[in-house]
Design a protein around this ligand. Structure first.
Ligand SMILES: *Cc1c(COP(=O)(O)O)cnc(C)c1O
Length: 417
């Protein structure tokens, strides 16, 4: 098949067209990147200069269908006019005041997130600590657990909770952990989805159990149904907190405000970030019940967290998801995508897993990184969280026609590598 990038942009600016006609801009930019940016991510595969809706354009004017959404972040796509409007309006009204003071947008976003988290138990109180990222939301959660009077924590094999030392202590991947040991301690890892093993290690010395409703970074791994409810029961029995990391799965990604909602449980701690600000950095640690009151004045802080502009971005995202009925749309679109890929019956596809618009395409061979590269060359942005898994996390607004266009292109991408 052709590896011509998916449609050179017909309406690109004259400057870009000119660059691509004479000399590609990307190699030079990537060389400058190499000499200026710390090499923690490996070489960048493209330099992007513009986004609109579900499309991205690179510095040479090539257009791509974004099926990754900046790692489950750009839920409303790129340059969403109402998000831009809300951010601009807030920025031109009041951009930042510090946490010595409050702003109405911050209060409103905290109220909404608290309502989401306590949807199954509305009498339960919720309190929010705002952050700038998922990692920081989990750091706040970690500090809450230390205020229980217990220090042991249980996390899951295959987990990902972030890269700061605290969040890393809860992340299972040895390649991420080992170079930075010793990490904050007393974390026991148990198999994900296995309530029986959890029951064996859980006792009244455990402060909290942290669990993702679906393990996104581990390759979109789902636990058996009933698992979260079982974890809720087990933690309740020993007085440990249930801490649900919804950083990747929450805010509509899986077709609900919380991916854990369908299990009917209420977490003591729930963390959010990625999809909340549509690219504007904002995270939140929401604690409920007694856990909501474990951090008091002076026990934690942040300069930027809860900034009114970030809060305005979050409120805009929630408002648009609601107004446009996107939770229901995500469920339908996700089923269409999964059914379409399954129906290909391609010999290199084992199965499709995940929920809503967070999907893992499990391959029969460890060729996912090569397929992701071939996809990029063909104008589709996807990624390979594991050697045998492709991850699809497109903007929640993606039209059927664009999903179908990727499904139609997939067999050739798989055949090519
Ligand atoms: C991405 C992610 C994090 C870390 O979020 P950052 O914003 O990158 O700090 C934490 N938990 C989960 C489940 C994630 O997917």
């Amino acid at each position: 098949m052709s590896i011509t990038p998916g449609g050179a942009e017909p309406q690109s600016t004259p400057a870009l067209t000119q660059v691509s006609q004479t000399q590609p801009a990307q190699p030079q930019l990537i060389q400058r990147y190499d000499h200026a940016v710390m090499n923690t991510f490996g070489p960048p595969k493209r330099v992007f200069v513009r986004g609109e809706g579900v499309h991205l354009w690179d510095a040479d004017g090539n257009r791509y269908l974004d099926l990754l959404a900046g790692l489950a972040v750009n839920s409303l796509g790129h340059a969403h006019p109402q998000v831009i409007g809300a951010i601009s309006a807030q920025l031109s009204t009041l951009g930042h005041v510090s946490n010595f003071f409050a702003t109405p947008t911050q209060i409103a976003l905290a109220e909404r997130l608290g309502t989401f988290v306590t949807a199954h138990d509305p009498a339960r109180e919720a309190r929010v600590f705002f952050t700038n990222s998922g990692t920081e939301a989990n750091e706040a959660g970690f500090k809450i657990t230390r205020r229980t009077g217990r220090t042991r924590l249980i996390a899951m094999d295959g987990s990902f909770h972030g890269r700061s030392l605290g969040a890393l202590a809860l992340t299972s991947n040895p390649a991420y952990r080992q170079p930075f040991e010793p990490l904050p301690g007393e974390v026991t890892f148990v198999p994900y989805g296995d309530a029986a093993t959890l029951a064996e290690v859980l006792d009244d010395t455990v402060a909290a159990v942290i669990v993702e409703p679906i393990q996104g970074e581990n390759g979109v791994v789902e636990p058996p149904s009933g698992y979260l409810a079982a974890v809720r029961d087990l933690t309740e029995t020993v007085g440990a907190l249930l801490w649900i990391d919804e950083v990747q799965t929450g805010i509509g990604r899986c077709g609900d405000w919380l991916a854990s909602a369908e299990s009917g449980v209420t977490g003591d701690i729930v963390t959010f970030a990625k999809g909340l600000g549509n690219g504007f950095p904002v995270g939140a640690c929401v604690a409920t019940g007694a856990a909501a009151f474990l951090l008091g004045p002076g026990s934690h802080g942040t300069t930027f967290g809860g900034n009114p502009v970030a809060a305005a971005a979050g409120l805009a995202v929630l408002g648009i998801i609601e107004r446009d009925g996107l939770l229901a749309r995500v469920r339908v679109a996700g089923e269409r995508l999964a059914a379409g890929i399954t129906a290909l019956g391609h010999p290199r596809i084992a199965h499709v897993r995940g929920r809503g618009l967070l999907r893992g395409v499990v391959l029969t061979d460890p060729i996912a990184p090569a397929v992701a590269d071939a996809a990029l060359a063909a104008g589709f942005v996807i990624n390979a969280p594991r050697p045998d898994v492709l991850r699809l996390a497109p903007p929640l607004i993606i039209p059927d026609a664009e999903l179908d266009r990727f499904v139609a292109a997939l067999p050739a991408l798989l055949d090519d590598v």
